[in-house]
Design a protein around this ligand. Structure first.
Ligand code: 5GP
Ligand code: MN
Length: 336
């Protein structure tokens, strides 16, 4: 393992650096990656960001986005950069599986790997890491990294914008229990560096198409199933519904949270019939372990209050498995 001083020495000469994150990156994954990208450019390096998949248009406004290579379209270029990289920085994941179609190549790559992440159970592929499952976002840990590097003064408007995007994405705009006074102090520092927080919120949350908003309305009106006996709820979405409302990657983001607005609901699921598999988003209130539930039934994981997983099979069977899980977790759900 490297110490921070060994890493500083390594980074004291210009390096070719590949930054990557998990498949279907969200605001924390892309915000963290692009913050790191801008930082490394300022340090005189040659970084490139590789996304293992496409990602929501709602993230395309991020500074630095046009240079991002996304699989499968940019696979050749991405592999060339992977081959030439002297350092690989893995952000917002700690397990190769989360990089899906990039996993094999990433595993085989010989350059040393850094991991900065806040998920449980790291696989341990790194030579240096900043890992803290209590951090509200990987973006918070990118700030820690810049602090450890002695480079907080390099944080400019672009870096601040990217870090803030990560923090608001994973903290539910500062509402989850893992938001600390320190997170707010970091944000104060980002504001000092030129962050326009209101603009970021507009770009992240108020850029719906009409179809998308009507899709949310339809889901809440017609698809929401409330299960008071379990203090739970779920919304399931078919392929036909996604097609009818022209819902593309990233456009279901945020939908799962509406169910938790119900005062008596402590656990909610969004169950979507995607191309190759059924994808689940799970959210909870208080101490109910959404990540444990995701791991037990849906080969997934995540954080206590926000987790996800998948199911290979029919949508209705995924729903049945969710209901089976609720039955097994009933005592805990009712104790919340
Ligand atoms: P979302 O519901 O927003 O897609 O995901 C919420 C959180 O759940 C993510 O930040 C991630 O930590 C976790 N997550 C989502 N999908 C998966 C999955 O398939 N596997 C694992 N291990 N974690 C996931
Ligand atoms: Mn994250």
């Amino acid at each position: 393992m490297w110490t921070i001083d060994e890493l500083k020495t390594f980074l004291s000469t210009p390096r070719k650096i590949l930054i990557t994150t998990h498949s279907k990156p969200d605001g924390d994954a892309m915000g963290s990656s692009l913050a790191m990208f801008h930082y490394l450019i300022k340090k005189g390096h040659e970084p490139v960001v590789v996304s293992p998949s496409d990602y929501g248009v709602y993230l395309h406004w991020l500074p630095g986005n046009p240079g991002v290579l996304a699989l499968p379209v940019d696979k050749e270029k991405a592999l060339k950069h992977l081959n030439e990289a002297e350092l690989i920085i893995c952000l917002d994941f700690n397990n190769y599986k989360r990089t899906e179609y990039f996993a094999d190549a990433l595993k085989k790559a010989t350059a040393p790997k850094i991991m900065i992440d806040h998920h449980l159970d790291p696989e341990g592929f790194d030579i240096f890491h900043i890992w803290n499952p209590d951090a509200c976002a990987t973006a918070e840990l990118i700030y820690d990294f810049m602090e450890q590097m002695g480079d907080l003064s390099l944080i400019d408007k672009d870096i601040a914008t990217c870090l803030y995007t990560g923090i608001i994405t994973d903290s539910g705009s500062f509402r989850y229990p893992n938001v600390t006074a320190r997170v707010h102090r970091i944000v104060a520092a980002l504001m000092d560096a030129g962050l326009q927080h209101s603009h970021v919120h507009d770009m992240m949350f108020d850029t719906f198409t009409e179809k998308r908003l009507r899709f949310f309305g339809m889901c809440i009106k017609d698809k929401l199933v409330v299960l008071p006996e379990y203090r739970a709820a779920y919304i399931s979405v078919t392929k036909a519904e996604l097609k009818e409302y022209e819902i593309v990657t990233g456009e279901t983001e945020g939908l799962v949270n509406y169910s938790l607005m119900l005062s008596d609901v402590v656990f909610a699921a969004l169950i979507i019939d995607r191309e190759h598999l059924v994808k689940l988003s799970l959210r909870s209130k208080g101490d109910f372990p959404a990540n444990e539930f995701a791991g037990k039934y849906f080969e997934g994981g995540g954080h206590l209050n926000a987790a996800g997983g998948s199911y290979k099979g029919k949508l209705e069977d995924a729903v049945a498995l969710y209901l089976k899980g609720l039955e097994e977790y009933k005592p805990l759900l009712l104790a919340m």
